[in-house]
Write a protein that binds this ligand. Sequence first.
Ligand code: NAI
Ligand code: MG
Length: 350
Amino acid sequence: MTTHRIALIPGDGIGQEVTPAACQVLDAVGKRHGIEFRYDKFDWSCRRYAETGAMMPADGLDRIRGHDAIFLGAVGDPAVPDHVSLWGLLIPIRRGFRQYVNLRPVKVFEGVQSPVRGAESLDLVVVRENVEGEYGEIGGRLNRGFPEEMAVQESVFTRAGTTRIAEYAFALAATRRNHVTSATKSNGIVHTMPFWDEIVAETAGRHPDVEWRAEHIDALCAKVVLDPGRFDVIVGSNLFGDILSDLTAAVAGSIGIAPAANLNPERDFPSMFEPVHGSAPDIAGRGIANPLGAIWTAALLLDHLDHPDAARDLERAIAAVLAKTPVRTPDLGGTATTVEFTRALLEQLP
Ligand code: NAI
Ligand code: MG
C-alpha cells in the first residue's frame, strides 16, 4: 500500500462541489491499485478572505510544502476582485513551488457534442509557461486620477524559463504524436517574442524527431477553431497559453470538462492540480456542476505520482461514462446532478 498526503483546497463556489467528487473517485481508483490518499483540508478561499483579510495564512506555503500534491477546486467570488484571489493564493503557490509547467490536455470524447464542426478528432495538450512572461509583477501606475494617468506592465522572458518550458513541450510531444506548435507573435511584439522563437528553435534542434512550427497567436486561434484535429502539443507563454487553453476547452465541448496541472517537474516542491474552470457563481450551490474537469484532473495527479495504470483506468472510465451512458450534467445538455454523474462514472471503473 502506497500512501499519499494531499493538501486539499476546495475553495469557493463549485470548487466545494467538484472536489468531493474527485476525492471519491481517487479513493475508488486508489483502492483498486493499492494507493491510499490522506487529505488535509484547507479553507483557503475568498470566503476566508472576507472573514480574515487573507486568502491563506502568511505561512500557507510552509503548511503544504511537505505534501505529495495539492488539489484545488476553484477560487473566486463576485464580491472579491479577481486579482486578489489570483495573487493571494494561486500565483503564490505556482511561483513559490516553481510550478513552471501548466499542463492542459483537451480531447473531444465520444458522446460529447463539440460546438465546432469537425472537432471529433481534437486531442491536444496545451503547455503553458506558468511563472513568468506577461503575468509579471514589474510595472506600476502613475498620476492616478489625472488626465495623464498611466499604467505600465513589463513582460519578463528569461532564457532559463523559456528553455525549460520548450524542453517540456518537445519531450511531451515525443511521447505523443511528435508535433509541437509554438504560439508566438514575433511580428508585433518585437523583443520578447523573437527571443521566444529563437529559444524554441534551439530546443527543437535537440529534438530532431519532433516536427514543429511557430504560429502567430491570432492565426493560431482561428486554426484551432477551423482545423482543431491537426494539433498535438501547443506551447505558449503564460498569456497565450491561458487564452488558448480556454479556447481549446470550449472547442472540446465544455469548460466543465477541462483539467489542469501546475507541475514542478523536478519534484523539488509539490505540484498543484486544479480544473480549468472557476468557481461558477452562476450555478454554485445547486449541485449541478460538472465534476469531470476535477475528475480528469485527478487522473493527471495519479500520473504525476507515478501511478500510470490507475490514471489510465480513470481515463477509460471517463470515456466509458460518456460513450456508453446518457448521464450528463446540464452543461453537456443533461439533467444529472454532480452526485448522480459521479456515481455513474464510478460504475464504469474496472
Ligand atoms: P467559470 O469557469 O467559473 O464559469 C464560466 C461559465 O462556465 C459559467 O457559466 C459556469 O456556470 C460554467 N462552468 C464552469 N465550470 C463548470 C462546471 N464544472 N460545470 C458546469 N458549468 C461550468 O469562469 P468565470 O465565470 O469567468 O469566473 C467565475 C469566478 O471564478 C471568478 O471569480 C474568477 O476569477 C474565478 N476563476 C477561478 C479560476 C481558478 O480558481 N483557477 C479559474 C477561472 C476563473
Ligand atoms: Mg484562464
